[in-house]
Design a protein around this ligand. Sequence first.
Ligand code: NAD
Ligand code: UDP
Ligand code: UDP
Length: 343
Amino acid sequence: VLYEVYPEALRRRSVSGKVPLVVKRKSLRIVVTGGAGFVGSHLVDRLIGRGDSVVVVDNFFTGRKENLMHHFGDPRFELIRHDVVEPLLLEVDQIYHLACPASPVHYKFNPVKTIKTNVVGTLNMLGLAKRVGARFLLTSTSEVYGDPLQHPQVETYWGNVNPIGVRSCYDEGKRTAETLTMDYHRGHGIEVRIARIFNTYGPRMCIDDGRVVSNFVAQALRKEPLTVYGDGKQTRSFQYVSDLVEGLMRLMEGDHVGPFNLGNPGEFTMLELAEVVQETIDPNAKIEFRPNTEDDPHKRKPDISKAKQLLGWEPTVSLRKGLPLMVSDFRQRIFGDHKAGGA
Ligand code: NAD
Ligand code: UDP
Ligand code: UDP
């Protein structure tokens, strides 16, 4: 039961004689795997902020304690150093399963480990959900669509993924994670949710993770040229992190399994993104072309009709509004002001 009525509310009666409808949500115990990372730490802030207890499970491969230090000492917050590839026993109500490196540089660093994290790690967290009857949310990715032949991408599209390429450890790993999630749902009746997240940016991204937004912002701040890969005409849709976190929470609390695309439909070429970065940080920033990486998807843009209709969700922060919010955090971290994370 997720809701309980205030005892006082039952005793007090309104003038009309009716019991006032004052209900309080029960505080939940929630696991966030990968909670020391970029998206996870913002999610933890919201969950703690609304009064829930949070256990973060993270092996600190790409996550940082600094992202969570502001919760240390809060009795509702726990941080466990643990690799999800190993089994884990906990008693919880909900599991947000984010653990997995997200940037191509990080997930290609040890591809076999990336697959293990996605497959064995997801299996373990599903096993945990099954044992304690918790609701399980998987953060999948737009990469399940590969180099898409359908544009924009709708959830019913099955994708165009290379099974033997350098990105496959991530793409196929997440596809298998989705399969496992649905098989535990159908086979064991556990409550599951699947989010397919499109490119997300914001404060606390790893500065040198090689993703395009973090690269361009760091480069512009350091007065280095912006490195555009290939001809720069490939497109992506960039979502601000607070919009994503809102979508994940609505998905978890809602009644629909998904999968749901969570992304900002605003589509930009990498050259257009470079222009926005120039406008925001340094109009004199130079652009330098570099060879593109293997299997780079040519375009990507979410169709979010399903999330709009069934979750009542859509992004509210445009790229031009969101980018400056990230720049102040990057500036602090790059130029040696040792303050934690940023908001
Ligand atoms: P991130 O790298 O900042 O965070 C991932 C976290 O998982 C890190 O704290 C890392 O230390 C932890 N981790 C990795 N492997 C682990 C393991 N084996 N055991 C325990 N912890 C482990 O990445 P992010 O951008 O915050 O991404 C979070 C999730 O969202 C990932 O599952 C990612 O695939 C998904 N996603 C992100 C984006 C995006 O644009 N940021 C897009 C699509 C999907
Ligand atoms: N698991 C876990 N925590 C739990 C329950 C299970 O880490 O609380 C792991 C377990 O070690 C197993 C996986 O989750 O490797 C799948 O568990 P399940 O019970 O579904 O499968 P089985 O153990 O029967 O193969
Ligand atoms: N990219 C770029 N310059 C960079 C880093 C990336 O032009 O410094 C390009 C990359 O080739 C890709 C797009 O930006 O076409 C998005 O790359 P990212 O690694 O951010 O995310 P993903 O490929 O996973 O969408």
